[in-house]
Design a protein around this ligand. Structure first.
Ligand SMILES: C[S@@+](CC[C@H](N)C(=O)[O-])C[C@H]1O[C@@H](n2cnc3c(N)ncnc32)[C@H](O)[C@@H]1O
Length: 338
């Protein structure tokens, strides 16, 4: 005995994991019932909220007790319930930053997650495009309503962090709603952009470009960035939120193709959920890799050092990983020698 007590081992963490799904379920219910919008509009106690949500006071109390415990609601001195800052900013449905569509983006998959054991045991050959192999204009419209609700914020952040002054043409690989391109051409005079995405998706991209009044500065190309040649003549490229869809070989291929297509002196930014260099966490990056089991692709989570290696192998210099949204997204950047 060295006199030091060993850390106490108990079941608390395991029990929390075993019931983690309850947190997701109540979070969805709060969004469905527009709880945060009603709180923001002034319903600050159980009675007022029960009336606003049209549910019983007992159930309203149950809901607010959980939301207080989860830190989604707070009790303000003297004024009753109020939203936590993130709920006030992103979950008030009358606000222009409302991200409810993104928060419930993967909701339809919930039953599949509870059959994941069988999915992990499957020996079926994965499809390269995974969930995207069957995409239609209609499904792309639903899908990108969600990515747009979160992507515009990410696009704005990108333009605050990365100075594209003097750049002429941006290639937005798998650009989806065009959120990055829309923000980039608005932020940098003289910049044009091309969104390359699967053909059905570009129909939807075009709708967002028109809605945002940038269709004269952003065009679209329907294609597959793995299989098809990339447009040439661009001096900056972004690939955002595609990383876990593909295995290392395919990410290396697309980074190489982008390097080859860029003008000398051009830069590439790969934004995605990445694991720490040792492969241990964050959970979110690991889970996006796991989701690919359900989508039937060959993709997986990649570490930030793997991303740096894809760039260096392709020939990029000054390669760096930069925290883009700490704990969620990393931006890997490199320059093609001039
Ligand atoms: C999660 S969305 C991200 C959209 C956008 N980059 C953003 O961050 O808002 C991924 C996009 O990549 C596109 N994509 C995936 N694989 C692709 C491929 N091989 N060729 C072209 N587009 C692809 C999908 O169609 C989808 O629009």
């Amino acid at each position: 005995m060295n006199g030091q007590a060993s850390p106490r081992v108990d079941t608390t963490r395991l029990q929390h994991l075993a019931r983690g799904y309850t947190e997701t379920a109540v979070f969805y219910a709060a969004i469905d019932l527009d709880l945060f919008t009603h709180v923001s509009a002034g319903a600050s106690d159980v009675s007022a909220l029960a009336r606003a949500m049209n549910i019983s006071e007992l159930n309203t109390e149950r809901l607010t007790v959980v939301c207080l415990a989860l830190g989604l609601l707070e009790r303000a001195e003297g004024t009753g319930l109020q939203n936590a800052a993130d709920c006030e900013k992103y979950l008030v449905s009358t606000g222009d930053r409302y991200a409810g569509a993104w928060m419930t983006f993967t909701r339809r998959e919930t039953p599949d997650w509870f059959n994941i054991t069988e999915a992990l045991q499957s020996r079926e050959m994965p499809a390269t495009l995974g969930m995207y192999s069957t995409i239609t204009v209609e499904s792309a419209r639903r899908y990108h309503a969600a990515t747009y609700s979160i992507g515009m914020g990410a696009g704005r952040r990108f333009c605050r962090h990365v100075d594209l002054t003097g750049r002429r043409h941006l290639l937005d690989l798998g650009g989806g709603s065009g959120a990055y391109s829309i923000n980039a051409v608005r932020s940098f005079d003289g910049l044009r952009a091309t969104v390359l995405d699967l053909a059905p998706v570009t129909v939807v991209t075009q709708e967002y470009l028109e809605e945002n009044g940038v269709a004269d500065r952003v065009d679209t190309v329907g294609g597959d960035f793995i299989e098809d040649p990339l447009p040439r003549g661009c001096d900056v490229a972004i690939m955002a939120s595609n990383l876990p869809i593909y295995d290392a070989e395919r990410i290396q291929l697309v980074v190489q193709k982008t390097f080859d297509a860029l003008e000398p002196g051009g830069e590439m930014h790969l934004i995605g959920e990445t694991l720490h260099p040792d492969g241990v966490g964050p959970v979110d990056a690991a889970m996006w890799g796991m989701a690919e089991v359900l989508y039937g692709s060959g993709g997986r989570a990649h570490t930030s050092s793997e991303c740096r290696n894809y760039f260096a192998t392709a020939g990029f210099v000054d390669v760096q990983n930069i925290d883009f949204i700490p704990g969620t997204l990393t931006r890997t950047v490199g320059t093609k020698p001039g």
